[in-house]
Design a binder for this molecule. Structure first.
Ligand code: UTP
Length: 292
């Protein structure tokens, strides 16, 4: 079986839920404390053994290219000033092969994945959404790779969500449990209402596919929202081969909406040695004020 070493990060969406900020700044570059969201995702890829990464971008996304290009002047300056921690923080993923691919129009996640067809060839690959952070002892991408190495089947990450929230996600209709964490899936449904939802297991921002998904995407018509939906293509793929769902039990931070982005900053801040004590004092004081 071919080792999984390639990943795609679709980052060409318009980020309308974050306007006006995202008029000029890609939402994938919004910081969590001092680090762009997409940097955490690239680090998850690296920790999971991914060596070749394609980031799908479009108009106004140049800041992502700049962020992942090494900045010689800055690095020299930090070296001369002996700011070695900072130097390390800007060099962390310099050793990865990062490619940029253009999606002509933001026609949906499925279309964004299809733009990387030449990059993927016939290799298995991971799709990592550019605004979805996952935390667990074993990185979720590594968990998917481990699952895939056992089954050889395309495998998506799912997570239990409150039933009333199913309409925000693609949701699976599970048949059987293959093991403690993996489900065989009957059907994938894009954004079902709670009444129609076949389960509470929602597709989250990590997917591992074999290259057949690209053939399916080529003939997938625009679906909900007139966008080429990845979930529709997955459902079609599932008709001719097994597709599994791997249940993620760690923590997920959706940084693509305002409230959740704020919460993510607070939670990450509480774990950062340089600011956690002051942030905690501030939150306790704020809590007292709000209680009055
Ligand atoms: P989202 O639907 O969360 O992103 O897609 P969006 O469309 O940018 O955001 P809103 O809904 O308008 O606020 C998940 C990921 O897929 C990428 C996005 O950049 C995001 O990281 N994406 C989405 C693409 O690359 N191309 C697309 O056509 C759509």
């Amino acid at each position: 079986m071919k080792k999984v070493t390639k990943a795609i990060i679709p980052a060409a969406g318009l980020g309308t839920r974050f306007l006006p900020e995202t008029k000029a700044v890609p939402k994938e570059m919004l910081p969590i404390i001092d680090t762009p969201t997409i940097q955490y995702i690239v680090e998850e890829a690296k920790q999971s053994g991914i060596t070749d990464l394609a980031i799908v971008i479009g108009a106004g996304k140049g800041a992502i290219e700049d962020h992942f290009s090494s900045n010689y002047m800055l690095e020299q300056n930090l070296k001369e000033k002996n700011k070695l921690d900072m130097l390390e923080s800007v060099q962390k993923t310099n050793d990865m092969n990062i490619y940029f691919i253009r999606q002509a129009y933001p026609k949906g996640l499925g279309d964004a994945v299809l733009t990387a067809k030449t990059f993927i060839g016939r290799d298995p690959f991971v799709v990592m959404l550019g605004d979805d952070l996952m935390k667990d002892e074993v990185p979720l991408t590594q968990q998917l790779i481990n699952s895939y190495e056992k089954s050889g089947a395309s495998t998506l990450a799912v997570m239990r969500v409150p039933h009333e929230e199913t309409s925000k996600y693609g949701v699976i209709d599970p048949v059987d449990k293959v093991n403690d964490e993996v489900y065989d899936v009957r059907q994938f449904v894009e954004k079902p209402s709670p009444e129609e939802a076949p389960s509470d297991l929602a597709i989250i921002g990590r997917y591992l596919f074999n290259a057949d998904i690209l053939d399916v995407l080529e003939t997938t018509k625009p679906g909900k929202g007139n966008e080429v939906q990845l979930t529709d293509a997955i459902d079609t793929l599932n008709k001719t081969q097994r597709v599994f769902a791997h249940e993620f039990k760690g923590e997920r931070f959706d940084t693509g909406n305002k409230l959740s982005w704020l919460e993510t900053n607070i939670e990450f801040g509480l774990k950062r040695a340089d600011i956690s004590a002051d942030l905690k004092d501030y939150l306790i004081d704020l809590g007292k004020k709000l209680d009055k």
